[in-house]
Design a protein around this ligand. Structure first.
Ligand SMILES: NC(=O)C1=CN([C@@H]2O[C@H](COP(=O)(O)OP(=O)(O)OC[C@H]3O[C@@H](n4cnc5c(N)ncnc54)[C@H](O)[C@@H]3O)[C@@H](O)[C@H]2O)C=CC1
Ligand SMILES: O=C(CO)COP(=O)(O)O
Length: 336
């Protein structure tokens, strides 16, 4: 059956927004909005985005603009890839331009600090009535742009719409699965960033492979416990959006969240690390609302708690790690 040509608007000219726009541009007319006019011009005219994706060549089919209305008003599908703390403001700006019923797909992996909401909850408040989804999984932008094989998940509650949109994102060696557990898929992508900070801290402190494996395995148990309490399905957390993304982010030197943890473990201050990065590490800000949500629900989250203490209360990474190792170990099925 012939498919109708869908026009795609992508918001966010950082590393992931640009990468996804570049992928989608291979199979649908796509326009990318970057709020920085120089970035938009560079993508449109020179087909590169040196600040966020140094050395990468982008598709000539990808258009770019610094005018959000131009990217949104003709879009049949809208993809939003700005960092989580800019999501609400972006959705508010979208409201005057978006057509009714246009599906909105979030790429962001974080929680709003003031409200603790997931990104599709924030978008749903500002853009009611639009079908919502997330594209999430173990997907480091640099590897995807280099054409390396990867798998991802498009998660939406409506199984008809998700099957229709799946084809937009898949192609080449980028394999896209569907999932109707929007909540669980979105939670996995946001929660793993905090565990990646913990894994990076361990590596920075010189922990061994056994320690890392123990941390990752206890992280997936903790992610599942909290994620299920927050409304996700248990099996989702052992899939690509949970375990898959946890492995990539906790082990790759390309991960910004792991890098923050690694540098903390090496003894640098958080302020210094953040000041030296020109990209977002969502887990730093997300650790606050995640810790608060777990506390409010009475869920034991020892790893999240130690990251929260390091990031928000100035605890040293070595005492955080010692704290985790000294906890009494009970049954493997129990928290801790
Ligand atoms: N880079 C990656 O490999 C992946 C990133 N993600 C997620 O994608 C989201 C975006 O991250 P990246 O593109 O990596 O970040 P980035 O740090 O590379 O770029 C962020 C971009 O957003 C723009 N921006 C920041 N605040 C904004 C606002 N209020 N309004 C409009 N634009 C704003 C910046 O100017 C910049 O262009 C994050 O939630 C991240 O966790 C998800 C999967 C992979
Ligand atoms: O989400 C990602 C990989 O799936 C990117 O991780 P970082 O934000 O830590 O770089």
């Amino acid at each position: 059956m012939a498919h109708r040509v869908l026009r795609i608007g992508v918001l966010g000219g950082g590393s992931w927004g640009t990468t996804v726009a570049n992928l989608v541009a291979a199979r649908a007319p796509t326009i990318l909005w970057a709020r920085d006019a120089a970035v938009a011009r560079e993508i449109a005219e020179r087909h590169s985005n040196e600040r966020y994706l140094p050395g990468a060549r982008l598709s000539k089919a990808l258009r770019a603009t610094a005018d959000i209305g131009e990217a949104v008003s003709n879009a049949d599908v809208l993809v939003i890839g700005v960092p989580s703390q800019g999501m609400r403001q972006t959705a508010i700006e979208v409201r005057r331009h978006i057509r009714p019923w246009v599906p909105v797909i979030s790429l962001a992996k974080g929680f709003e600090t003031d409200t603790g909401l997931r990104m599709t909850q924030v978008i749903g408040q500002e853009l009611p009535g639009h079908p919502l989804g997330v594209l999430t999984g173990p997907n480091l932008a640099g590897e995807i742009l280099a054409g390396m094989a990867a798998a991802s998940v498009l998660a939406m509650e409506d199984e008809v719409i998700v099957a229709e949109l799946q084809r937009l994102f898949r192609g080449g060696l980028f394999r896209v699965y569907t999932n109707t557990d929007l909540t669980g898929s979105e939670l996995g992508g946001a929660l793993k960033n905090v565990f990646a900070i913990a894994a990076g801290m361990g590596d920075g402190l010189g922990a061994g492979f056994n320690t890392r494996s123990a941390l990752l395995t206890r992280s997936i148990a903790e992610m599942t416990r909290l994620g299920v309490a927050l409304g996700g399905r248990p099996e989702t957390f052992t899939g690509l959006t949970g375990l898959g993304d946890l492995i990539t982010t906790c082990t790759s030197p390309l991960s910004r969240n792991r890098t923050v943890g690694f540098e903390l473990g090496k003894g640098r201050s958080l302020q210094d690390i953040i000041a030296g990065m020109n990209q977002v590490a969502e887990g730093v800000k997300s650790s606050g609302p995640i810790y608060q949500a777990a506390k409010a629900l009475g869920i034991e989250v020892p790893i999240i708690t130690e990251v929260y203490r390091v990031v928000h209360e100035g605890r040293s990474p070595s005492s955080a790690f010692r704290g985790l190792l000294r906890r009494g170990a009970g049954s493997e099925a129990e928290p801790g």
